[in-house]
Design a binder for this molecule. Structure first.
Ligand SMILES: [Mg+2]
Length: 243
C-alpha cells in the first residue's frame, strides 16, 4: 500500500500530435462547422496549436468581427455542433480511417500503462469531449479511455487550456477519490502549452517530438522533465512516467 501511494500517477495525454495525427482532416471539419454558421464568410487565418476548441472558435469570431458575449457563446455552440457533425460524417465515410495516423508506440505504451494498478490514465486536451472520442475512435484507441472519458479535462471544461490540469486533478479526486499532486501528475504532449500548462501545479511534463517539426526548439526551451522523439521506447517512457 505504501509503495502504491508513493508511485501513484495520473497520466494525462494530449491527443493531436501526441497520440495521433489527423493531417488536414480535423481542420477541414472545423472550417466546415464554421461555414455551416457563416456560409458566405471566409475562414480567417487562426493557429490551432495548443488551444481549446472553444478558444479557436472565439478567435475566429473575433476576426470576423462578431461581438457580444452571449451571442458569441451561442454561436460557438453552433460552430462546435457543426464541427462534431462533420467529424462524425468523416468517420462514417471512412476518411478518418484512411487519413488519420496512429502515432508510433502509442498502443504499446497505453497497453503498458493500463496494466499497472498504480497508474490512472486520462486525457488533457483542448478538444471538446465528443471530438476527442471521435478522434480516438478513428484509430481504435478510445477503449483505453472508456467508458465515459470521465478522467482528465477537455475543451468543454474550460476555454483556457492552462486551467485544464487543475480540473483534471479535481475530477480524479471527486470521481475516484484519488488525490494527485505535483509530480504524481504527468502530462504528455507535443507543444509548449502541454509543457507549460501544468507548471503552476508542479506536474511532470513529458514532451514528444511527433507534432509539427517547428515545435521542437520551443518545446525544449520550455524545459520538460523528459523529451522523446516518439513514444516507441515503451520502457524508457514508462521510467520517465514512474521515476
Ligand atoms: Mg497536441
Amino acid at each position: 500500500m505504501l509503495l502504491f501511494q508513493r508511485m501513484k500517477r495520473l497520466v494525462l495525454f494530449d491527443i493531436d500530435g501526441t497520440l495521433l495525427n489527423g493531417g488536414k482532416l480535423w481542420r477541414e471539419c472545423f472550417e466546415a462547422g464554421f461555414r455551416g454558421v457563416f456560409p458566405s464568410c471566409p475562414f480567417p487565418r487562426v493557429a490551432f496549436s495548443g488551444k481549446t476548441d472553444r478558444q479557436i472558435c472565439a478567435e475566429v469570431l473575433a476576426k470576423t468581427g462578431s461581438s457580444g458575449h452571449s451571442i458569441i457563446e451561442d454561436v460557438i455552440d453552433q460552430m462546435i455542433a457543426g464541427y462534431i457533425g462533420q467529424l462524425k460524417a468523416a468517420v462514417a465515410a471512412g476518411r478518418a480511417a484512411s487519413e488519420v495516423e496512429l502515432l508510433p508506440g502509442v498502443h504499446e505504451l497505453l497497453n503498458a500503462l493500463i496494466g499497472r494498478t498504480e497508474v490512472t490514465i486520462g486525457l488533457l486536451t483542448g478538444n471538446v469531449r465528443d471530438g476527442a472520442r471521435l478522434k480516438l475512435a478513428s484509430v481504435r484507441i478510445d477503449h483505453y479511455f472508456a467508458p465515459s472519458f470521465h478522467i482528465g479535462a477537455f475543451g468543454d471544461d474550460h476555454s483556457d487550456r492552462y486551467r485544464l490540469p487543475e480540473i483534471a486533478v479535481a475530477r480524479a479526486r471527486a470521481e475516484l477519490d484519488l488525490h494527485f499532486q505535483g509530480k504524481e501528475v504527468v502530462i504528455i504532449g507535443d507543444t509548449v502549452h502541454d509543457v507549460n500548462c501544468g507548471k503552476s501545479l508542479g506536474v511532470r511534463a513529458i514532451a514528444v517530438g511527433t507534432g509539427r517539426p517547428e515545435y521542437r526548439d520551443e518545446i525544449l526551451r520550455a524545459g520538460p522533465d523528459s523529451f522523446f522523439e516518439t513514444l516507441v521506447k515503451t520502457n524508457e517512457v514508462l521510467t520517465a512516467i514512474l521515476e
